[in-house]
Design a protein around this ligand. Structure first.
Ligand SMILES: Nc1nc2c(c(=O)[nH]1)N[C@H]1C(S)=C(S)[C@@H](COP(=O)(O)OP(=O)(O)OC[C@H]3O[C@@H](n4cnc5c(N)ncnc54)[C@H](O)[C@@H]3O)O[C@H]1N2
Ligand code: MOO
Length: 401
């Protein structure tokens, strides 16, 4: 039997990284940066007011208070967006709005609440010291600073930073194009009336959702009956020119395991047993004239789901030019559970209050328990059981956070 690491390495070796692409800011959300983002401007871009109030020379309001106010001439208004360059006369003030550029000579702002709100002359009741209520040019970011590193995923806050840094376009990791094909005569679409022996095809919507939630692009999907000729024809020329094809079902030892039958005959796909649970039967190789990489996942729903996390995610990351390994975290088990020796067990667990417990039944057909899970606990092959208090390694689930 192959180890998980051996199989993962064989899969990653099937693909070459796709070149990064440039996208407009509006299309960057959720994408992974392929290059550092460098600010083209200082942030703030100019000294400006943090409050609606009066721009002053601090020396002119020294000692001002409610009991002993200072009265100054108001020389005019500066609103946010005023592009003129104002100079503040000594002994005078200007009304200034939040975000408006500070006039030359001013070094503090008295908020309007600390005044009588005067328009021609104003009574100020705060001894604003130099720098008070100001936002200084470059105090947040300097032009030329690397504001975001390659490898970081663009979230709304980072998108705002890229925009503010006046960078209209960024280089991002390519989104691999993926096709999903479910196989099996027993499968029907959700919403169908089920005959005895039929089940709803849940792997296809699950894998489509995983592909999209993992940031890849779905370029084709469908279902194939256990018909070797039809399957061979489809796999010889998968529509949509995907970078990766995923199938589910038909890879174990059954008489109607058509994926295995067809692809074994092609001589380009290798089927292996991997020392893991669930997800033991696996296959991978290339199909068609374009030699498109293919990963054949087992049909049992939880096996397919776990295999996606353990094997397909690293392939998608490698295609995107990112390090294949996903980051893991750790947590303490709040209860014990047994694990099969000789295989890595990916226990579906719930992380709550900083501790983990199995999410329920661990059968590879049990979607009820899968749906409650937040992580996969990775229990290595040498471990026969997890005890309460043990530290376990956790693989996050795609789409969980
Ligand atoms: N004699 C052996 N039998 C089995 C072995 C074995 O080593 N020797 N391995 C078992 C393990 S482990 C797994 S995992 C499964 C893998 O089976 P296949 O990949 O061939 O998948 P199927 O036989 O087509 O289906 C298995 C199971 O999953 C259901 N299924 C399939 N596709 C879907 C779908 N799209 N949506 C929902 N459910 C699906 C299917 O109805 C079956 O119940 O093989 C074991 N057997
Ligand atoms: O490996 Mo199968 O995936 O145990 O059900």
């Amino acid at each position: 039997m192959r180890s998980v690491e051996e199989h993962r390495a064989a899969l990653v070796a099937l693909v070459s990284p796709l070149p990064p692409v440039r996208v407009a800011l509006g299309d960057a959300l959720g994408r992974v940066l392929a290059a550092d983002v460098v600010a083209t401007v200082d942030l703030p871009g100019f000294d400006n007011s943090a409050m609606d109030g009066y721009a002053v020379r601090s020396a002119d309001v020294a000692g001002a208070s409610a009991a002993s106010p200072v009265v100054l001439d108001v020389d005019g208004d500066i609103a946010a967006g005023d592009t003129r360059r104002h100079v503040l006369r000594p002994g005078a003030t200007m009304r200034i709005m939040t975000g408006a550029p500070l006039p030359e000579g001013a070094d503090a702002v008295v908020p309007v609440e600390e005044s009588d709100g005067g328009v021609q002359r104003v009574t100020l009741m705060l001894a604003a010291e130099s720098g008070r209520h100001l936002r200084r040019r470059g105090e947040d970011v300097r032009a030329g600073d690397v504001v975001l590193r390659a490898g970081v995923r663009v979230n709304p806050g980072r998108l705002a930073l890229i925009a503010a840094a006046n960078v209209p376009e960024v280089s991002v990791a390519a989104r691999p194009r993926v096709s999903v094909v479910s196989t099996g005569d027993e499968l029907v679409l959700a919403g169908s009336s089920l005959d005895h022996g039929q089940i709803v095809d849940s792997n296809r919507p699950m894998l489509m959702a995983l592909v999209e939630a993992a940031g890849a692009e779905l370029v084709g999907f469908g279902h194939l009956a256990d018909d070797a000729e039809a399957m061979a024809a489809l796999l010889a020329d998968v529509p949509g020119q995907p970078d990766l094809v995923l199938t589910t079902g038909g890879v174990s030892m059954g008489a109607y395991d058509t994926v295995k039958e067809v692809l074994t005959a092609s001589g380009e796909v290798e089927f292996s047993k991997v020392a893991m649970r669930p997800g033991m039967p696996q296959g991978a190789g290339v199909v068609g004239e374009r030699r498109t990489p293919i990963v054949t996942l087992p049909g049992n729903p939880v096996s397919s789901y776990v295999s996606f996390h353990v094997f397909v995610l690293p392939v998608l990351r490698a295609l995107a030019g990112l390090p294949p390994e996903a980051a893991t975290t750790e947590a303490v088990a709040s209860q014990g559970w047994s694990s099969v020796p000789g295989k890595v067990e990916f226990t579906r667990v719930v992380l709550e209050g900083g501790r983990v417990r199995p999410s329920g039944g661990q059968g590879s057909h049990m979607l009820g328990a899968l749906a409650e899970a937040t992580h996969l606990a990775v229990v290595d092959a040498a471990t026969t059981g997890v005890s309460e208090g043990d530290v376990v390694r956790l693989l996050p689930l795609v789409g969980e956070n």
